[in-house]
Design a protein around this ligand. Structure first.
Ligand code: MCA
Ligand code: AMP
Length: 498
C-alpha cells in the first residue's frame, strides 16, 4: 500500500514500539496498531471512492487512540481533518461544521450526543468509530504532501473564527523544526493534556512524539492530581504546557505538605525538557519554577498560522521574559510602523514570518489571506524587539485579541454573542491582566431601560453559547461606553474601568 505521508511512513518503522498509554485504563497501543486501525477507518470513510479529494471531515474525540487513528485515517484517505473542540457549545460546533463545509462528522459513542442535533439539521453523515470493523485491506490513495491536510479554527480580528488551512508539507515542516530543535527521541515519554483542536497539543506534543517513535500518555483534560502522581512516578522526559498550567502547578505543589512535595519536585527535576508557550510566561513564574524544581523552562513563541517560530535554546542560555531566537527553517523579521525592516536592538516592530511551516490560506477567505501577508511574509500582529540576540514580545497590534489560559479569543466574537442578551443594549469586551489566566475576559455593558444584570446571571446565560474560557469573568454595568471624538469606543478606557 503506497502512501507518501511521512508521519505514516515513519510509524511503520516504529512498528511494535509503544505509541500511546492511556491513563483511563484502556491500555497501551503500538505504532502498528495505530496504522492498522487508521487503515480500517480510512476504508470506512472512503466507502466506494478511491480518494476523499480533500473533503472536510470533522471529528470529535478525546485525546487517545480514537483521536489519533481518526486523524490519520482522514489523512490516509485524502481528506482534510477538522478537529472539533470538546468544550464547544452547539452554536460554536455548528459554525465550524458549516464554515468548513464538512459533510461528514466522526464521533465516539460518548461524543456522538454532542453532534446529534446538528447532524440531523445539517444532514451530515455520522461515522461512529466504535462501529468501524476491519474488513480486509483496501487500497489507500497516494496523497501528495502539498495537498490540504487540516483546518483549525482560530479567533482573530474578525468577529467569527477563521479556518487556518495547512498542507501536509506545512505540518511536516512544523514537526521537523521542533524535532530538530528539541532533540525528540524514540525514548521520550510525554503527557498529553492540552486540547486537541489547537496546534500546541496537535503538533508540539502529539505529532512530534509520534514522528519520533516516542510514547504519549493521554489525558482527557488537565487533571492535576493524576498528572502530579505520574510525574512523581518518573515516567515523563518531556513536558509541554501553557503558562496558566505552570501557575497552577506552583500553587498545587506549594499547597502540598512538605513530605509529599519532594518526590513530585524530583519528578519534574529529572525531565530533560520542559516547555512553556501559547502566551507570555511572566519572568516571575519562570524564576519561581526554577527555584522550586531546578528546571529552566524553555519559552517559545508560535501561532496557528505558522507553527513555532521563536524559541529559547535547548542547549544554551534560556532568558526569562524572552522567546529566544528563530527556530530552524523559520525566517523572522521585524517591520516598523513606518514599513522599515528593523535590525537594531531595542526598536519595536511587527513579527513577520516566512518559511515552509507557514499555512496555505484562511478557508474560503482569499481577501483576508491576502491581507495577512506582506509580500511573502506572514504578518503575525504581534510586536517584538531584539535584545542582545533574543526576541522579547511586547504585545499585540490589536486590543481585540485576548489570550486567556493559552486560548486566543476575539473580543468582537464575545461582544456579538453578548449583544443577543435581552438586557444588554451595548457592550465592550476587553482582556484584563490576571495572575492565573494571563488575561481574563471583562465586559462593560450598557443595559436596556429598567433592566438589571449581575455577573452570575450573565455567566449562566453564556453557558449554552460560549465555551467556558470565553465567558466573562468580570462585569461592569455602565451608563455609557467611553468613546473618542469620532464616537468610536475606546477600549483602553474600557480597560481602566476594571
Ligand atoms: C477556565 N476557567 C477560566 C478560564 N478557563 N476562567 C478564566 N479564564 C479562563 N481562560 C474557569 C472555568 O470557568 C471554571 O470555573 C474553572 O476555571 C475550571 O475550568 P476548567 O475548564 O476545568 O479549567 P482547567 O481544566 O483547569 O483548564 C485550564 C487549562 C485550559 C488546562 C489551562 O484552559 C487549557 O487546556 N488551556 C490550554 C489551551 C491551549 O492549548 N492553547 C494553545 C492554543 P468554575 O469552576 O467557576 O466554573 S495554540 C497557540 O496558542 C499557539 C499556536 C501556541 O503558541 O501554542
Ligand atoms: P493562536 O492563534 O492560538 O495560535 O495564538 C497565537 C498567539 O499566541 C500569538 O500570536 C501570540 O500573541 C501568542 N503567543 C504564543 N506564544 C507566546 C509567548 N511565548 N509569549 C507571548 N505570546 C505568545
Amino acid at each position: 500500500m503506497k502512501n507518501e505521508l511521512q508521519l505514516i511512513a515513519r510509524a511503520g518503522s516504529h512498528g511494535d514500539a509503544i505509541a500511546l498509554r492511556s491513563c483511563s485504563g484502556s491500555g497501551e497501543h503500538s505504532y502498528r496498531e495505530l496504522l492498522d486501525r487508521s487503515a480500517a477507518i480510512a476504508a470506512a470513510l472512503l466507502e466506494d471512492s478511491d480518494d476523499l479529494e480533500e473533503a472536510r471531515i470533522a471529528f470529535l474525540a478525546p485525546a487517545g487512540f480514537d483521536y489519533i487513528t481518526v486523524q490519520w485515517a482522514i489523512w490516509r484517505a485524502g481528506g482534510v481533518a477538522v478537529p472539533l473542540s470538546l468544550s464547544a457549545t452547539q452554536p460554536e460546533l455548528e459554525y465550524a461544521l458549516a464554515d468548513s463545509q464538512s459533510r461528514c462528522v466522526i464521533a465516539t459513542r460518548d461524543t456522538a450526543e454532542k453532534v446529534e442535533t446538528l447532524r440531523i439539521r445539517m444532514d451530515l453523515r455520522l461515522l461512529l468509530i466504535d462501529d468501524v470493523h476491519a474488513v480486509g485491506a483496501k487500497r489507500l490513495p497516494s496523497v501528495d504532501r502539498h495537498r490540504r491536510a487540516m483546518i483549525l479554527y482560530t479567533s482573530g480580528t474578525t468577529s467569527k473564527p477563521k479556518g487556518v488551512v495547512t498542507t501536509h508539507a506545512n505540518i511536516e515542516s512544523q514537526i521537523e523544526t521542533l524535532v530538530e530543535a528539541w532533540d525528540w527521541k524514540g525514548t521520550d515519554c510525554v503527557p498529553l493534556f492540552l486540547p486537541l483542536h489547537h496546534i500546541h497539543g496537535i503538533i508540539n506534543v502529539l505529532s512530534c512524539a509520534l514522528w519520533s517513535g516516542a510514547a504519549i500518555e493521554a489525558f482527557p483534560r488537565f487533571d492535576m492530581d493524576i498528572i502530579l502522581d505520574r510525574v512523581e512516578a518518573g515516567v515523563y522526559s518531556v513536558f509541554m504546557a501553557v503558562p496558566t498550567i505552570y501557575v497552577k502547578l506552583i500553587q498545587a505543589i506549594e499547597a502540598l505538605p512538605e513530605s509529599g512535595r519532594s518526590a513530585k519536585i524530583a519528578g519534574f527535576a529529572r525531565m530533560r525538557l520542559m516547555v512553556s508557550g501559547s502566551a507570555a510566561l511572566p519572568a516571575s513564574v519562570h524564576e519561581k519554577w526554577t527555584s522550586l524544581t531546578g528546571q529552566e523552562l524553555l519559552e517559545r513563541y508560535g501561532m496557528t498560522e505558522i507553527g513555532m517560530a521563536l524559541a529559547n535554546p535547548y542547549i544554551g542560555e534560556r532568558r526569562p521574559g524572552t522567546v529566544g531566537q528563530p527556530l530552524p527553517r523559520v525566517d523572522v523579521r521585524l517591520k516598523s510602523e513606518t514599513g522599515e525592516v528593523v535590525t537594531a536592538d531595542g526598536e519595536p516592530g511587527e513579527i513577520q514570518i516566512r518559511g515552509p511551516s507557514v499555512f496555505r490560506e484562511y478557508w474560503n477567505r482569499p481577501e483576508v489571506t491576502a491581507d495577512s501577508f506582506d509580500d511573502d511574509w506572514f504578518r503575525t500582529g504581534d510586536m517584538a524587539m531584539r535584545e542582545d540576540g533574543y526576541f522579547r514580545i511586547m504585545g499585540r497590534l490589536s486590543i481585540d485579541i485576548i489570550k486567556s489560559g493559552g486560548y486566543k479569543l476575539s473580543a468582537l466574537e464575545i461582544e456579538a454573542a453578548l449583544l443577543d442578551h435581552p438586557s444588554i443594549s451595548e457592550c465592550a469586551v476587553v482582556g484584563i491582566v490576571d495572575d492565573t489566566w494571563g488575561e481574563a475576559v471583562a465586559v462593560a455593558a450598557v443595559l436596556r431601560e429598567s433592566e438589571e444584570l449581575n455577573l452570575e446571571a450573565l455567566r449562566s446565560w453564556c453557558r449554552d453559547r460560549l465555551s467556558t474560557y470565553k465567558i466573562p469573568k468580570r462585569l461592569r454595568v455602565v451608563e455609557s461606553l467611553p468613546r473618542n471624538a469620532m464616537g468610536k469606543v475606546t477600549k483602553s478606557a474600557v480597560r481602566e474601568l476594571f
